[in-house]
Design a protein around this ligand. Structure first.
Ligand code: HEM
Length: 554
């Protein structure tokens, strides 16, 4: 006799349909009959789980947004025209994901109505790893707001200007490293951005390519991307799986959570302990941590302790958010220089006219280097390194262009769609710095480029540092090197330079991070297997439910 009879399967299906109907009615009442923004038709229970692309989703979202036309709706008695595709929605296990594909939609929602779009969606594995201290993953609580304020103050243009000598020194070191060992280019670019953040933030001098503080942060970065890739961890879709006890080692997420928690604490506390030690032994170097800690001296406990926590939180968030992003932008510059070698010649002519080949360029030369600046702007536009930004989350229901956006929805900025809009940027896939040069030869600054750094109060606080690093590195590299294909002296090398499709885009294949031993064993193949199995069951189950409905209706 079969273990599960046909009648019991049918009973389950009837119960599931009944529950779905109740949820659908409650959902309809909640949105007062208003539609969700357009998107692919969701399946029962799993919604659009199978529609959400795992890789390069910004391209699919951009395409999908083009497939939806204009709509007309009545607003204050007037017939208003709106694009429907600039706001899309997807549904996964009852959660709503909204994708904003146009500059207007992003500005309207994340800036004009920004106060209800300030949270971040909950990522269960991050909660388990206790990573809420990191600003990029934190809701906009009072403590997040204060840490953000501290970071905005510490990374404002005037402060970045004070750190220009440090930026120049670090860039000169990069030139020597690349000259000595061009095969390690990508590692040196990461070293530049990482060592800059640790020096500025904590006065810490990175020791070579295998520095323990850098490795801890690299592990956190790696763990962030591997655990947030869509479908990578089932616990992110089905949060109740977090409760699987540790005595089921092949299924439990707890060992991974503990590993992540330890790494997080190392990134949060390690550099701060270093600063405290150097203050005590009188060797502390100028840094953002030192400046801020000195300010706390006038405070009494417990305010002083709270402030110190805030400083650790704010600065601890910068390494994770600022290293890969800046290094990947610089890699994009190298790719662009290979694809269009003539832009190197044009920039070098400009640089030589300013420096007369007698010295390296400096920040003071910037106003006289519009083409170099145009290259930097085009790098930011051509290959936005975080093409879907960091997701925001709503704290209240909202209505936009007649569509309903519920409280708790994840809201994604499709920066790629904005920066690859063929109307604003003809031939968007071609690297063309010339598009930012006016007929009189001056630089046309483009405010839309900040889309690459997000919108509203959560906009990237490190954007001025990223801009300064990109400029001085591109100017210095072009003033001493001709960038050509490598290939061990044979003049060969690849003709295509694919980028990965993860949260932060890297060149593919990405370099293997050092110091990751032990992590692999925490990602049990059973997690993946379990994930695929559950997905398959859901797929078959929902197809069966649909089939059932169809045959009954016949
Ligand atoms: C090319 C370089 C960079 C790019 C493209 C970039 C992009 C972004 C984006 C898209 C966000 C999310 C914004 C939003 O939620 O709307 C973000 C957040 C953040 N970025 Fe950057 N970033 C870069 C460099 C940096 C640097 C150098 C630092 C620090 C020194 C930094 C620190 C941060 C922090 C702390 C957050 C989280 C802010 C929050 O959640 O309130 N970033 N970045």
């Amino acid at each position: 006799m079969p273990l599960v009879s046909l009648t019991s399967i049918l009973d389950i299906l009837v119960l599931a349909s009944f529950l779905s109907a109740i949820f659908a009615i409650r959902d309809y009442q909640r949105r007062r009959g208003l539609p969700y923004p357009p998107g692919p038709r969701p399946l029962p229970l799993i919604g659009n789980l199978l529609d959400i692309p795992k890789e390069f989703s910004w391209l699919s979202y951009t395409q999908l947004s083009k497939n939806h036309g204009m709509i007309y709706f009545a607003e204050k008695g007037l017939l208003t025209e709106a694009m429907t595709g600039d706001v899309l929605s997807f549904h996964v296990f009852g959660k709503v994901i909204v994708v904003l594909n146009s500059l207007k939609a992003n500005k309207d929602l994340l800036e004009r109505r920004g106060d209800i779009y300030l949270d971040r969606p909950v990522i269960p594995i991050f909660e388990m790893m206790k990573w809420e201290w990191n600003l990029a993953f934190s809701n906009y609580t009072d403590s997040c707001r204060l840490a953000r304020k501290l970071l905005d103050r510490s990374l404002r243009p005037a402060i970045i200007a004070a750190y220009r000598p440090l930026l120049q020194t670090k860039t000169h070191a990069l030139l020597t490293q690349v000259l000595a060992n061009p095969d390690e280019l990508e590692a040196y670019l990461h070293h530049l951005s990482g060592s800059l953040i640790l020096a500025m933030g904590y006065g810490y001098e990175v020791k070579g390519l295998n520095d323990p503080k850098v490795n801890a942060a690299k592990n956190m970065i790696k763990l962030t991307s591997t655990t947030t890739l869509p479908g990578a961890l089932l616990v992110n879709d089905l949060p109740f799986l977090r409760h699987i006890p540790e005595w089921l080692p092949w299924f439990s997420y707890k060992p991974l959570a503990r590993y992540g928690c330890n790494i997080g604490q190392e990134v949060l506390q390690g550099p701060m302990e270093f600063v405290r030690e150097t203050i005590l032994n009188g060797t502390a170097q100028p840094s953002l941590a030192l400046d801020n800690l000195q300010e706390t001296e006038k405070l009494e406990e417990p305010e002083r302790g709270k402030m110190e926590e805030m400083i650790a939180r704010a600065l601890g968030s910068t390494y994770l958010a600022g290293t890969d992003t800046t290094a990947t932008s610089l890699m994009s510059f190298f790719v662009a220089a290979l694809l269009r070698p003539e832009i190197q010649t044009m920039a070098q002519a400009e640089l030589d006219a300013v420096t007369r080949r007698e010295r390296l360029p400096t920040f003071e030369d910037r106003p006289r280097l519009p083409f170099v600046d145009a290259i930097c702007q085009e790098v930011v536009r051509w290959r936005p390194v975080v093409p879907l930004g960091m997701p925001h989350a709503t704290t209240e229901d909202d209505i936009y262009n007649g569509f309903f956006i519920p409280k708790g929805a994840a809201v994604i900025v499709n920066a790629w769609a904005i920066l690859h809009d063929p109307v604003m940027y003809p031939e968007p896939d071609t690297f063309k710095p010339e598009r930012f040069i006016d007929p009189n030869g001056s630089l046309r600054e483009d405010p839309v480029l900040t889309s690459s750094f997000g919108f509203g109060k959560r906009i990237c606080p490190g954007r001025h540092l990223a801009d300064a690093t990109l400029f001085i590195a591109v100017a210095s590299l072009l003033s001493v090197f001709d960038i050509k294909k490598g290939g061990n002296g044979t003049g060969g090398g690849p003709d295509v330079y694919p980028f990965t499709g993860g949260v932060v885009r890297a060149l593919s294949p990405a370099p293997s991070p050092q110091g990751m031993e032990g992590q692999k064993s925490l990602f049990s193949p059973l997690h993946e297997l379990l994930g695929s199995f559950v997905r398959l069951v859901f797929h078959v189950f929902t197809k069966a439910a649909l089939f059932n409905k169809e045959t009954r209706s016949i």
